[in-house]
Design a protein around this ligand. Structure first.
Ligand SMILES: NC(=O)c1ccc[n+]([C@@H]2O[C@H](COP(=O)([O-])OP(=O)(O)OC[C@H]3O[C@@H](n4cnc5c(N)ncnc54)[C@H](OP(=O)(O)O)[C@@H]3O)[C@@H](O)[C@H]2O)c1
Length: 326
């Protein structure tokens, strides 16, 4: 089969669509002909050696796929060759074939294309996990989502709105701000033009949850904005990972600060997450109330250019890489 391989040549680590050995499914896994995958920020870090795959995960990039099952193994129940599926992966999506444990398989939502389905697993699972399991976001609460126009941000805004929460967001351009409003945010701050801490403090009495991917420079303002009992969840450190905290503020407001990653979790946790996600979100997904925001679709052979778009922070939502068409 063909897959994207990373040439080990710094500083660019070029991507090349090349012949590699096809993966072999173990018992309880299926082989999928991949039709589409999507780019995640983590792929950029893995490519340059800054985010190695967890033990046992494929070296090939790609944290999600959509496609058609081409081979079963004896322990697989309830799935057939020819079924159209999508799935979260621990790696291997930038390829013509990938192996998926049966517990991670999801059907293609009714009415969705394979392209749409490939854009869903990683960012929707991340948003769902962090908003509802880690932060315990409740209906009626107010959540601040940084990077509102990112893949994760666009999923998080929709899930939080759908759960009956007030959503605030930050983003770095007028087009991104507009996209966040379209998705249902009620206040969006362009952090390049105004201090989000000041604007939000002027217009809102406080926030219950912050979903943060920026880190260092945002920490003091995030803590200041949080209400008593507030929760701050870190999912990335795009703006730096070190900062100082006045512990007394945490004590006074009884704040919870928590970091979280999805990829390194054991398979059983990911399967439980998929089941919780499907139980709660599938009706909204199939009704079209919630859907991935797709910035553009590119052939897999243009993975290099697709990475550059994310690197330059030019995208709103997801970039899908098409490998095969129906
Ligand atoms: N912990 C986990 O389990 C987990 C899972 C998935 C993703 N993530 C992380 O979550 C983040 C979002 O992922 P994604 O794939 O959705 O990314 P993405 O679509 O590439 O979007 C990231 C956005 O972050 C903003 N940004 C970048 N650098 C920034 C900075 N220094 N300060 C403020 N904003 C900055 C940019 O938007 P603006 O133009 O608005 O600045 C950029 O478009 C990534 O860092 C990713 O690694 C974590």
């Amino acid at each position: 089969m063909k897959a994207i391989i990373v040439e080990p040549t710094p500083p660019d680590y070029p991507l090349r669509w090349a012949e590699v050995a096809a993966p072999t499914p173990q018992d309880g896994e299926v082989l999928v002909d991949v039709y589409a995958t999507a780019v995640n920020r983590a792929d950029l870090a893995q490519r340059t050696g800054h985010y190695p795959p967890p033990p046992g995960a494929p070296e090939i990039l790609g944290l999600e796929l959509s496609g058609v099952i081409s081979q079963l193994t004896p322990g697989v129940r309830g799935w057939q060759v020819g079924d159209r599926v999508c799935a979260l992966l621990s790696g291997g999506g930038y390829a013509e074939q990938a192996v998926v444990p049966q517990g991670l398989l999801m059907p293609i939502p009714k009415g969705w294309s394979l392209v749409q389905a490939a854009a869903m697993p990683e960012v929707f699972f991340t948003a769902f996990l962090n908003l509802f399991s880690e932060a315990r976001l409740e209906p009626g609460e107010t959540v601040l989502i940084h990077g509102g126009a990112s893949g994760v941000g666009t999923a998080a805004i929709q899930l939080a709105r759908q759960a009956g929460c007030r959503v605030l967001a930050t983003a770095g351009s007028a087009a991104k701000v507009a996209a966040c409003y379209r998705l249902g945010a009620e206040l969006v701050v362009n952090y390049r033009e105004a201090d989000f801490g000041e604007v939000i403090a002027e217009q809102v009495s406080g926030v219950d949850v912050v979903l943060d991917m920026v880190g260092s420079g945002y920490l003091a303002r995030n803590i200041k904005l949080l209400n008593t009992g507030g929760r701050l969840i870190f999912i990335a450190t795009l703006g730096g990972s070190r900062a100082e905290i006045d512990i007394r503020e945490l004590m006074r407001k009884r704040l919870l600060l928590k970091g979280s990653t999805l990829r390194a979790r054991p398979l059983a946790e990911k399967i439980a997450l998929k089941e919780a996600f499907m139980a709660r979100c599938w009706p909204a997904i199939e009704s079209g109330e919630v859907a991935p925001v797709i910035d553009r679709v590119r052939p897999i052979t243009e993975a290099e250019a697709a990475h550059a778009l994310l690197q330059r922070n030019e995208t709103i939502g997801k970039v899908v890489l098409e490998i095969k068409t129906l």
